[in-house]
Ligand binder design. Sequence first.
Ligand code: NAD
Length: 330
Amino acid sequence: MKIAVFSSKRYNRIFLSQINEAKHEIMFFEEALKAQTAKLAQGFDAVCIFVNDTVCAETIACLKSEKVGCIALRCAGFNNVDLKAAEAANISVFRVPRYSPHAVAEHTAALLLAVNRKIHRAHSRVREGNFSIDGLLGFDLHGKTIGLIGSGAIGTAMARIALGFGMRVLMHDPYPSAECQSLDVNWVGIPDLILQADIISLHCPLLPSTHHIIDDSLIEQMKTGVIIINTSRGASIDTKALIRGLKARKIGAVGLDVYEEEENLFFEDRSDQIIDDEVFSRLLTFPNVLITSHQAFFTEEALERIASVTLANLEAWKNGDPLENAVNSI
Ligand code: NAD
């Protein structure tokens, strides 16, 4: 089978090549897959993509005309694929669910600990010989209330971490996961979660129903000083509303691993460029905002699993076996 891997980085080459053992012909492209680059898929049976490739109807039409039969997502989220267009074009789509919920939950905890105890600022101070701790005051997580939106694999792993810290966990999910229901958490609606939580963390997929789930009106109802963490998808938060909440001193701190317009920024070294995105640049000016570049998934265990499940998905598709990780339009 011939596989075109888009948005590929050194680490994708290493992990996919190791597991493939030269069985399939894999070509690695640094380009993101979008309508303008879909021609590169000419002669390939399958394309393998990541979070910021744009598989819209136009891209799908190009893939169809190049006789590409499947789209293998090497991630869990699939909001960047027009599933209806893929189905109409008879192109299979599959993903890698639950490749390492611990990787993402642990990064969520890292962001929370860092913004609460101001580790990013402390690090800069000490490096510059400034050993003052004034302004670095945090609060105990023990005894505080965390509100988790989404009780899937990552939300459940995060709930376990939060319980380990001695926190009270509020959970919201229209379809509560069985695994999470066995934990000592309180199931609440969004209004109660927003009113009661000292910390709010997002673990739901990006869907029309979760687009800008955190907006001006919810921020207004939050506790003053609330910490907001987002490791799910950028567009779950209205970033301009977040900035308004920060400026109003309503929000105490923010930790983000994802950003609405990240496809034009993240995963590349842009240190010698001027950033044109005014919203992102404004976010960077707040001392109480910490942003990482979509790296929550980035552990050895996760990369190994992503590579092995992606190749197993492709193999199953090629052999006509049942596709357990297929993503279908609803
Ligand atoms: P999952 O499918 O196991 O769980 C998602 C949960 O969200 C489900 O229980 C679902 O019922 C729930 N949900 C759906 N709509 C909701 C709503 N309106 N409100 C609250 N909950 C809702 O997914 P997961 O593996 O836990 O991943 C969650 C998300 O994390 C992914 O969709 C992806 O966007 C993101 N993610 C980010 C990274 C990263 O590196 N930052 C890595 C992996 C996944």
